[in-house]
Design a protein around this ligand. Structure first.
Ligand code: PMV
Length: 313
């Protein structure tokens, strides 16, 4: 018997990744067409414990009381939900299905935690609100990211475009004119944790060169917010491409990402950049109804393994 079902979207970072770790703003948007769905059912007869079924994984979660020692994302999500609801481990089965490519900067880890926590708390008769979910998903993100800025969990839990500054309340903003992004997947998984650590090492080694790059990204994000609020999509495209240049200086691009960005621009995209941790994963291209097909074709011929489309409104 099905007790609850919940979902959460993927996300892309429109601008400001990496600099956001150093207190600069970033803008992230949900990708509502790519989702994780979690369904909670009573256990099959004779089965005990909190069971998780995902792809070919089928396991009973060990529920450990010392949560600070837990390094497994599903175990930690379940433990944090049960601790917050002061609930004993239930005999339930949670199935997880995801369309989101993993380790590619689309926030698949945060989306799994969000959908899982939402579904489990609903099945226990006490659905957590977004603020509580956001805290839980942030804790779990630390396993994937080390020192996450909090942008991924925020955009995914609230499922709305956010202007995000670390440790400040989230800000929503008006999107005067909807715009469309193509997301090109390099097919290469990349560790955000390593990329963030490398940027940190670079910053410490050469602060006088890197600090201005971080600040330039921050200024560009503030401008991007203003042009989105004004509906100036062409200017948004130029800012995105400039942001990609800064990310290259921070060493988080790759030949594959650069090739996809260049192919998108050559095919008429208004702007293009890597999105997320970089070194692999995904890039985004800002397209119009007229350029969308040509840009998609160009991305696929330049090596994109998949191309997704999302409209931000
Ligand atoms: O999860 P990703 O790969 O989209 O990266 C998140 C963005 C970073 O700024 C690189 C890291 C962070 O914690 O904000």
């Amino acid at each position: 018997m099905m007790l609850a079902e919940a979902s959460a979207p993927a996300k892309v970072i429109l601008c400001g990744e990496h600099a956001v770790v150093y207190g600069q703003p970033a803008i992230a948007v949900p990708v509502s067409g790519l989702r994780v769905v979690a369904r909670v059912e009573v256990n099959p007869p004779g089965e005990r414990g909190l069971r998780v079924v995902a792809g070919d994984m089928n396991r009973v979660l060990p529920l450990i009381s010392e949560l600070s020692a837990v390094r497994d994302a599903l175990e930690l999500t379940a433990g944090l939900v049960l601790a917050r609801l002061q609930h004993q481990p239930p005999d339930l089965t949670i199935s997880i299905e995801s369309d989101i490519p993993i380790a590619s900067g689309l926030g698949s880890g945060a989306a799994v935690s969000a959908a899982f926590a939402r579904a489990l708390s609903a099945a226990l008769g006490n659905p957590l609100n977004n603020a509580a979910l956001n805290e839980i998903v942030y804790e779990v993100e630390k396993i994937h990211h080390g020192t996450p800025s909090g942008i991924d969990n925020t955009v995914i839990v609230y499922e709305q475009p956010v202007y995000f500054v670390r440790q400040r309340p989230i800000e929503q903003f008006d999107i005067k004119q909807p715009f469309t992004l193509l997301i090109g997947d390099t097919g290469q998984s990349a560790s955000t944790k390593i990329a963030v650590g490398d940027v940190c090492a670079l910053y410490e080694a050469e602060p006088e060169r890197i600090q201005p790059v971080i600040e330039a990204i921050g200024m560009l994000v503030q401008q991007a917010r203003r042009v989105i609020e004004a509906g100036d999509i062409e200017q948004l495209g130029r800012l995105m491409t400039r942001n990609h240049g800064h990310l290259r200086v921070l060493t988080v691009s790759s030949p594959e990402l650069d090739a996809l960005v260049q192919a998108a621009l050559d095919a008429g995209a208004l702007g293009a950049k890597l999105s997320g941790g970089g070194r692999g994963g995904n890039m985004i291209a800002l397209v119009t109804a007229e350029t969308k097909t040509a840009v998609r074709t160009a991305l696929l011929s330049a090596g994109a393994k998949q191309v997704f489309e999302t409209t931000v409104s």
